[in-house]
Design a protein around this ligand. Structure first.
Ligand code: DQA
Length: 204
């Protein structure tokens, strides 16, 4: 073999080797691409499954979350302004968020009306779906046979609540026409009476 032939053979060996490795590299790159492509659907599947699971958990929590309805009767919309020496200086709107924050896993709804029939309508609306009603019927406590009948018709427990200790006050407040139909009575602890009533419902 001449020197020129040897050089040619030497260089053609290197070009073959270079081409061989280039081809191998291309194959490996295309393999990696297809691998990545096949990984993408896995990631989306995981994301889908994860969001589905989250949705189910949220629905489960909503369905099994306890629901309590607070109902305030006549003149209790004036809390904070009305006889603060007896009822305190805080409005119910100020108190409610604090109460709700204490029970983050309980749905606490609030309703107030000065009208007897509206209180009854609200109790009938929630009384078959909620876990309990906290009722401060205000002055209707001492007068309303209709409220007593309504409480008797419901499925859920009703706790009678009073901010003041009615038994330390005028005699006409000592008589309640609704106590006999309620699960229990809490009075005299200021606004904390509502929290104690919620505790009573939750411990059932
Ligand atoms: C009250 C007591 C009732 O006698 C009175 O009529 C009210 C408030 C209470 O929360 O202490 O309105 O229910």
């Amino acid at each position: 073999m001449s020197k020129v032939q040897k050089e040619k053979a030497f260089f053609s060996f290197f070009t073959f080797e270079r081409k061989y490795f280039q081809r191998k590299l291309k194959v490996r790159i295309s393999e990696q691409r297809t691998k990545r492509k096949s990984e993408k659907p896995n990631f989306f599947c995981f994301l889908l499954a994860y969001s589905y699971l989250c949705k189910r958990i949220v629905l489960y929590i909503i369905r099994y979350m306890k629901k309590i309805q607070i109902i305030n009767g006549p003149n209790l919309n004036l809390l904070g302004k009305r006889e603060p020496g007896i009822y305190g200086s805080s409005s119910f709107d100020e108190y409610l968020p604090k109460l709700q924050a204490k029970y983050p896993d309980v749905e606490i709804d609030y309703y107030q009306s000065n009208i007897e029939g509206e209180l009854i309508n609200k109790m009938q609306e929630v009384g078959f779906a909620y876990d309990g009603i906290v009722l401060n019927a205000g002055a209707y406590t001492h007068t309303s046979v209709a409220l007593q009948d309504c409480i008797r018709s419901l499925n859920c427990p009703v706790i009678e609540v009073h901010i003041s200790n009615v038994h330390q006050r005028e005699e006409f407040r000592h008589k309640s026409l609704i106590s006999c139909a309620c699960r229990g009575v809490i009075c005299g602890f200021g606004l904390d009476s509502y929290r104690l009533a919620i505790e009573a419902i939750l411990s059932e």
